[in-house]
Design a protein around this ligand. Structure first.
Ligand code: SAM
Ligand code: SF4
Length: 333
């Protein structure tokens, strides 16, 4: 790898992780992510093609990216996703991970295992079918549970992502944490962010990371802190004797920005150097205008040279300081 092309930001942070949102389309309508109706999907011709995504990943690999996460929208609603995943798995990255809602994946888990997917984040906000329906507005809870069991059976490293929502799934927190008793999974509770296509649901965040931990300690008084891996966004805990871990992601409080090692590419090819920024340049347009590899590389280096220090600064720097309102399905989480 050419040292001069290695991606660092202006705060000296090495960037080695890209999150690629392969579509903004989704078969669920999780209320914290999208409005129920009236969503304007990106026109198909405006989505990055598989060839463009592959080209970008190769280029980023040459700049020191070692870890890729495929996300969306729901990645598996995009046609030929399995073939694309197989291509990426063959590219030599250290890790290829997926974030999915698990509704379309129960049959393909053995294929994911065979191609070498390192880890799957399964989004699941409730263990109660009725509440699942209320949150996602789709009646597909059993499909997600089938995926969950298939992932465990195949021995794929599995994390469950649960957004913590005041008045919606608080009764689920303890049963979900209980999953770590007999299953080797990490259950991660995520602070709700205002990326729902409308803006914040609350004047203040009712369930921040501190309140989530206190709530868990009420049920598991011996909950113990365990070391967090480098660049981890979760604060990690364990109940002694349980097989899995419990993580808390302070996604709204933004406690983890100091060690951020990631960039995001949206389905339209926008580079985001922070979840909370507005997108810093459109790499799809650059490619379609005929840019060479070195021109694209230089543009990435330049963009990372002006990166916000943290999510608060990135949010302040958005167009005219406008608040976050876009849907997470256009970003990928
Ligand atoms: N559709 C896939 C899924 O749900 O796993 C992948 C895309 S989804 C946008 C990625 C992650 O973002 C999910 O774990 C989801 O729970 C999380 N997410 C979406 N909207 C959020 C919000 N407003 N606050 C916190 N997390 C959110
Ligand atoms: Fe779809 Fe994932 Fe958003 Fe839910 S969180 S609506 S599954 S993109």
């Amino acid at each position: 790898m050419d040292d001069q092309a290695t991606l660092y930001d202006n705060h000296g942070r090495r960037i080695n992780y890209v999150r690629l949102a392969v579509t903004d389309r989704c078969n669920l309508r999780c209320f914290y992510c999208m409005p129920e109706e009236g969503i304007k999907y990106v026109a198909r011709e405006d989505l990055l093609t598989y060839e463009e995504m592959e080209r970008l990943l190769r280029l980023l690999q040459g700049m020191g990216i070692t870890k890729v996460r495929i996300t969306g929208g729901e990645p598996f609603v995009r046609r030929n996703m399995i073939e694309f995943l197989r291509t990426i798995c063959g590219m030599g990255f250290e890790k290829v991970n997926i974030t999915t809602n698990g509704t379309l994946t129960h049959d393909v888990v053995p294929e994911l295992k065979a191609m070498g997917i390192s880890s799957v984040n399964l989004s699941l906000d409730s263990l109660d079918a009725g509440r699942f329906y209320e949150i996602t507005r789709r009646d597909v809870f059993p499909k997600v549970m089938e995926t969950f069991h298939a992932l465990i059976d195949q021995g794929i490293n599995t994390k469950i992502n649960a957004v913590v929502m005041d008045g919606k799934n608080i009764d689920d927190l303890i049963p979900m944490a209980e999953l770590t008793r007999d299953h080797p999974v990490d259950v991660r509770f995520i602070e709700e962010m205002p990326f729902n296509g409308e803006g914040s649901h609350y004047p203040v965040l009712e369930w921040n990371h501190r309140r989530i931990v206190e709530h868990l300690r009420g049920a598991f008084p011996d909950l113990e802190k365990v070391p967090d891996p480098p660049n981890s966004t979760s604060m990690n805990y364990r109940v002694p004797g349980f097989l899995g871990k419990i993580g808390i992601i302070a996604a709204y409080s933004r406690t983890f920005c100091g060690t951020c090692n990631r960039i995001r590419l949206t389905p339209k090819g926008m580079l985001k150097t922070c979840l909370y920024d507005n997108g810093v340049f459109n790499v799809r347009d650059l490619m379609r205008a005929g840019a060479s590899e070195s021109q694209i590389r230089d543009t990435f280096l330049e963009a990372l040279g002006h990166r916000a220090k943290d999510g608060w600064e990135a949010e302040r720097n958005r167009n005219g300081g406008l608040p976050v309102t876009e849907s997470m399905s256009t970003i990928g989480g």
